[in-house]
Structures are given as structure tokens and as C-alpha cells.
Design a protein around this ligand. Structure first.
Ligand code: AP5
Ligand code: MG
Length: 216
């Protein structure tokens, strides 16, 4: 049976950073809803134009388009063994849709690591983040700078600051997270799938805790 891991946590807590590492060690596909929207933005697709109007305000993209984008993505061959879902689901309707989708594949959500940190940590991380243009590799000006300023270590492309990483937008995204995504914490806790992870620690320690918890 395929394995599906949902990474839950507020904006800037380190979901993308950890998902990338977990995907490399587990060989499960990394599926990030935010990255998929940014890919559409870059390619100027209709979906990208629609998503941009919500993302720039720090609001969630409507459930119907988000759900069909994820359905399409996890139906691809590289997700046959399962996936690490980063940033999806983010609303109760998305969680229900995911459960229905996986049931169709004869699978389910296996574990939900819930990474947490105080709001001040989230704002500092998001506002100092630099993202690579080509493939979305993640850096931080203080905690994880690229070896050569402005250039991605992995693919040599330029790094940029996300439009929605301005302090006001990050603050709005955190508020939206508390209003719309927090109910999922109780949902997965009740289902016995939630694993709480202290996201304030250094990247390597968060990874260690994640791997140890997932083994159990
Ligand atoms: P999305 O791209 O998913 O953003 P997010 O959830 O707000 O999370 P981030 O990507 O900002 O943070 P992260 O947790 O991945 O942290 P990262 O590893 O980068 O969504 C963007 C927008 O798209 C949404 O606002 C919405 O509009 C739309 N959207 C996406 N999904 C949607 C959905 N399902 N439904 C509707 N709309 C949706 O790390 C952050 C920084 O901290 C980096 O600089 C990193 O280097 C650094 N860092 C990471 N870990 C550590 C550590 N342990 N110590 C020190 N620094 C660290
Ligand atoms: Mg991310």
C-alpha cells in the first residue's frame, strides 16, 4: 500500500525544508501545493493568474481548484508509492476530499507530523527566506544562506524573495492559518495520526525527530 504523509504547520515553520529532506530519504514524491501554484504563476497559466490574486493577499486559494490540482498531481506515476503532502490539506473540505481521493486508490493518510513554532519565529523565518527561481530550493539569509549570495547552491539559478513573504502578508497568512487550518489539528489528533514536532530547533534536529517519530 502507498504511504501518504501530511506535513501540517503554520507558514514559515519549515514544512518545505523538511519535506524535501524526507522525500530524498524516503523516495516518496514531495507534493507542495504552494510550489504547484508558484509553478503555475511562473508559467502564467489561468490557474496561476487566479491563484496569484489570493496568494498576494495571504488568503487561501478556493478549495475546488486546489483540490483538483492536487488530485491531478497525486495521480501521476511518481506518486505511485505515495507522497509527502506539504501545505495540503489546509481546510476541513480539503481534508475530506483527500480522504476520498486516497480511499479510491485503496490508501489513506498514514501520519501527520505537526510542526510548531512561536509566531515571532515564523515571521523571522519567512521574511528572511530566499527561494530559488528554477526549482524552489529554500534558503534563509541568516539560518541557511546559499554559499554564493543570490545563487542557488543546487542548480545555480537566481534566488528571490517571495511576494507573500512581506511581514504584513506573512502576518495575514498566520491569521488565516489559525482560522482555517487549525481545525485539522484536532481532526488528525482524534484520528490518532498527529505527531507533534518542535519546529524551533535547528533543521537537522527537526529532521531527526521527524524520522524517529515516523519510524514509530
Ligand atoms: P505555501 O507555499 O504552502 O506557504 P506556507 O504554508 O505559508 O508555508 P511556507 O512555504 O511559507 O513555509 P514552510 O513551512 O514551507 O517553511 P520553509 O521550509 O520554506 O502557500 C503559499 C500560498 O499558496 C498560501 O498563502 C495560499 O494562498 C496558497 N496555498 C497553498 N496551499 C494551499 C491550499 N492547500 N489551499 C489553499 N491555498 C493554498 O522555511 C521557511 C524559512 O525558514 C526558510 O528560509 C528556511 O530556510 C528557514 N528554516 C526552515 N526550518 C528552519 C529551522 N529549523 N531553523 C531555522 N530556519 C529554518
Ligand atoms: Mg513551503
Amino acid at each position: 500500500m502507498a504511504t501518504y504523509i501530511v506535513l501540517l504547520g503554520p507558514p514559515g515553520v519549515g514544512k518545505g525544508t523538511q519535506a524535501r529532506i524526507l522525500s530524498e530519504t524516503s523516495k516518496l514524491a514531495h507534493v507542495s501545493s504552494g510550489d504547484l501554484f508558484r509553478e503555475n504563476l511562473k508559467n502564467e497559466t489561468e490557474l496561476g493568474k487566479l491563484a496569484k490574486s489570493f496568494m498576494d493577499k495571504g488568503e487561501l486559494v478556493p478549495d475546488d481548484v486546489t483540490i483538483s490540482m492536487i488530485r491531478d498531481r497525486i495521480s501521476r506515476p511518481d506518486c505511485e508509492a505515495g507522497a509527502i503532502l506539504d501545505g495540503f490539506p489546509r481546510t476541513p473540505a480539503q481534508a475530506t476530499a483527500l480522504e476520498d481521493m486516497l480511499a479510491e486508490f485503496g490508501s489513506e493518510v498514514n501520519a501527520v507530523p505537526y510542526i510548531t513554532a512561536a509566531e515571532s519565529v515564523l515571521v523571522e523565518r519567512a521574511s528572511g527566506r530566499w527561494t530559488c527561481k528554477a526549482q524552489g530550493h529554500i534558503y534563509h539569509e541568516k539560518f541557511n544562506p546559499p554559499k554564493q549570495a543570490g545563487v542557488c547552491d543546487i542548480d545555480g539559478s537566481e534566488v528571490y524573495q517571495r511576494e507573500d513573504d512581506k511581514v504584513e502578508t506573512v502576518t495575514k497568512r498566520i491569521r488565516v492559518y489559525f482560522e482555517q487550518t487549525m481545525p485539522l489539528v484536532e481532526h488528525y489528533r482524534t484520528a490518532g495520526k498527529l505527531i507533534e514536532i518542535d519546529g524551533t530547533q535547528p533543521v537537522e534536529q527537526v529532521t531527526k525527530d521527524l524520522l524517529a517519530a515516523l519510524k514509530r
